[in-house]
Design a protein. Structure first.
Lengths: 145, 152
């Protein structure tokens, strides 16, 4: 079954001098959040940006995919901490994604964890939507229990 | 212009079906500790955001800025743009779950433009928006509908 999710943004004025608002999302979990070009391309000053939202989408999707992969191997995680960094080069586009995950996973050794982490990087739906990004890296670490 | 870097943090506890996560905008701090779960992602959201919803917010934001830029380049900066984005995830035979579609509904009030000029700017914005480009590269459809409301 298909899953639909929505968001609404308004904008007033030119790109450089204008400003926008992520008015809200279908779930009501976010917004209103202000966005501007300056906060996207320079100092965020408390404002989110498309790249930060992509990072958030990716980090949450990746966490679920890795949890699923580990559980499928009979070793569900106690805790996963994922950071995603998205890099944007104006004029060029989104040029890099870096996934960093630290897992607390009973019954798994380093190699098995890294293998599942690689699988999740390939299989998570957000990763698959972002295959056009030229460089995607993964740093997977098993926390010592 | 130097490369722009943005971070987000997610923490997850437990297996997929019954586990839960929290999500924060690490660079800006604009949101923090948002709950997420599989049930909220694929079923009723129950007040929780999801990867697809965050992609919808990202695409709406990215597209809006691209369109503001195109209209400004045409010497008709927008009075107001309203952009709604709907992201669809579906299970595709042999490929698992994929983001299959993004639908953008764009309403504009732009002094000095007409409906034709507005549609041209929208087309250019869709061609140039970095996120639209990535979705098309991944095989997802990006469709835009427009409504021009005149100027002032």
């Amino acid at each position: 079954m298909a899953t639909d999710r929505t968001a609404k943004v308004t904008w007033q004025g030119s790109l450089m001098d204008g400003s926008g608002t992520i008015e809200g999302v279908g779930s009501g979990a976010l917004g209103p959040l202000d966005v501007t070009w300056v906060s996207r391309a320079d100092t965020p000053d408390g404002r989110t940006s498309p790249e930060e939202l992509i990072a958030a989408a990716w980090a949450s999707c990746y966490s679920m995919a890795l949890s699923h992969a580990l559980a499928g191997a009979g070793t569900p995680p106690e805790r996963l901490e994922t950071q995603v960094t998205v890099s944007f080069q104006p004029g060029e586009g989104i040029v890099k994604g870096a996934i960093s995950v630290v897992g607390t996973v009973p019954g798994v050794d380093h190699d098995a964890f890294v293998s599942e982490a690689e699988t999740a990087k390939e299989n998570c739906p957000v990763s698959k939507a972002l295959t056009g990004i030229p460089e995607v890296t993964l740093d997977a670490t098993l926390a010592t229990a | 212009m130097p490369r722009i870097v943005r971070d987000a943090d997610a923490a997850w506890e437990g297996n997929l079906a019954r586990g839960t996560g929290t999500l924060s905008a690490a660079t800006s701090g604009a949101f923090s500790e948002l709950g997420f779960s599989v049930a909220a992602r694929v079923g009723a959201p129950g007040g929780k955001s999801s990867p697809e919803e965050l992609l919808a917010a990202a695409h709406a934001g990215c597209f809006t800025m691209s369109l503001a830029n195109e209209l400004t380049s045409a010497d008709t900066p927008p009075g107001r743009l309203d952009v709604r984005c709907r992201i669809t995830m579906d299970e595709v035979d042999g490929k698992g779950h994929l983001i299959v579609h993004s639908a953008l509904d764009v309403t504009g009030r732009v002094t000095g433009a007409d409906a034709t000029a507005f549609d041209e700017a929208v087309e250019k914005a869709n061609a140039g928006c970095p996120f639209s480009i990535l979705l098309r590269k991944a095989g997802a459809g990006v469709d835009v509908t427009t409504r021009f409301e005149g100027g002032d």
